[in-house]
Design a binder for this molecule. Structure first.
Ligand code: S3P
Length: 179
């Protein structure tokens, strides 16, 4: 993804559920003195219900539409760490908006670490109701990882790192990009 006009005003975290986007994002925000924004939390505040509930009631397409509106608002700001829902940047408009104004770090984690962290799959609509969460995670990762990678400016694996260690890696990459 080269050639587009970029500004490094925000730090954007992308990646799969359970990769640590929200936990690591909070630590990054405090290290940088930035505001922390989480697209799912912003959506829940706006919709007045949990993401899982909205997904179940209105369906994925309606959720993605709401998500697009929130991402457009968040991407327009500055001095924020923006943690995105795991599907957000699969939408090319979201990816473009976030990249136009921010430095994008992909957090990765092993399937094992993801399954351990996601724990209660009922709050994760894409994993709820599956008899084999491991197979489902692997299947989703296979299609998503290439997209995540092509959107990212840097990649930090969190499988064997504490949130603090991961945040240090992310912040170092961000500072290097800002110059
Ligand atoms: C989703 C991930 C979730 C949430 C929604 C859809 C996805 O966010 O946005 O359930 O498509 O991977 P987290 O990545 O924060 O779990």
């Amino acid at each position: 993804m080269g050639g587009e006009k970029r500004a490094v005003r925000n730090l954007v975290l992308i990646g799969f559920m359970g990769a640590g986007k929200s936990t690591v994002g909070r630590v990054c925000a405090s290290k940088l003195g930035f505001a922390f924004r989480d697209s799912d939390m912003a959506l829940e505040a706006r919709l007045g219900c949990a993401v899982a509930e909205y997904f179940a009631r209105e369906g994925e397409a309606a959720f993605r539409e709401q998500e697009r509106a929130i991402i457009a608002e968040l991407a327009a700001g500055a001095n924020q760490v923006i943690s995105t829902g795991g599907g957000a940047i699969l939408d090319s408009q979201n990816a473009e908006r976030l990249r136009a104004n921010g430095f994008v770090v992909l957090l990765t984690a092993s399937t094992q670490a993801i399954l351990r962290r996601v724990g209660d799959a009922r709050t994760r609509p894409l994993l709820a109701g599956t008899a084999d969460p491991k197979a489902r995670v692997e299947e989703l990762l296979a299609t998503r990882l290439p997209r995540y990678r092509e959107t990212a400016d840097a990649i930090v694996d969190t499988s064997e790192r504490s949130p603090l260690q991961a945040a240090e890696g992310v912040v170092a990459a961000f500072r290097a990009a800002r110059g």
